[in-house]
Design a protein around this ligand. Structure first.
Ligand code: PRP
Length: 213
């Protein structure tokens, strides 16, 4: 592979909807309709840039191991992944939301250690340890809001945007753990080997972010 070929791993879903227009502003435009294609890797109008689309939780892995040079991923998944093995040079300030604890609006009595359901087990473990709170973590992969209603957990740690999902399930937000937004990450070796190309992309993205504020 050429020393200027840059592969960027993008998070599919809501982040992609917001990131593609930003990339377009920086003149990185996929040659196909990414959102309506079953393909996972795409050429762009720029000969030396390709885009990949995947689950957010896999973006840090691709970038850490250098299969992607750069990635766009939510801060929540970066915190959960917890690696120092890549750079995080830019906050795109997109897909903003909050990582919070949430509890039933009318909580019942708690027996023993409070049970907390989350897919962010590493973040939750660290957060409650810092708070000096003894809890029991229950790992789930989605639909966390069901857990308190079904008696599986006393509270949850989850992403809150409008708060509608919590409300619709009889929950309310409690403690703020972190403000979340989409970040650009860069593989450390790629940053050295492909420095000119990556710096150019970062510079244009930084400019576009500033223009959008
Ligand atoms: C997130 C989160 C909540 C919801 C919160 O899920 O897990 O369920 O959004 O948004 P709200 O506060 O605006 O209601 P998402 O739709 O990203 O899917 P996920 O379950 O795959 O995380």
């Amino acid at each position: 592979m050429s020393s200027s070929q840059v592969i960027i791993a993008l998070t599919k879903g809501r982040i992609l909807d917001e990131v593609l227009p930003l990339f377009e502003q920086t003149d990185i435009i996929p040659l196909e309709d990414i959102k309506n294609s079953r393909k996972l890797i795409f050429d762009t109008n720029r000969d030396n840039i390709q885009l990949m689309v995947m689950r957010g939780s896999d973006v840090p892995t691709y970038v850490e191991f250098g299969s992607a040079d750069m990635g766009v991923v939510g801060k929540d998944l970066l915190m959960e992944y917890g690696s120092e093995e890549f750079y995080e040079p830019l906050d795109l300030k997109l897909a903003r939301c909050r990582l919070m604890t949430a509890e039933p609006t009318n909580p019942g009595p708690i027996q023993g250690r409070p049970k907390v359901a989350t897919k962010f087990v590493n973040i939750a473990k660290k957060y409650f340890a810092e708070q000096g709170k003894q809890i029991e973590l229950i790992k789930l992969n989605g639909a966390l809001e069901l857990a308190p209603a079904m008696g599986l957990a006393d509270s949850i740690v989850d992403i809150v945007d409008t708060g509608n999902t919590l409300k619709a399930n009889g929950l309310e937000p409690k403690e703020l753990i972190a403000q979340i937004s989409s970040r650009v990450i860069v593989n450390k070796a790629s940053m050295k080997i492909k420095n000119t190309a990556i710096r150019e992309i970062l510079g244009k993205l930084r400019e576009a972010v500033a223009n959008n504020q």
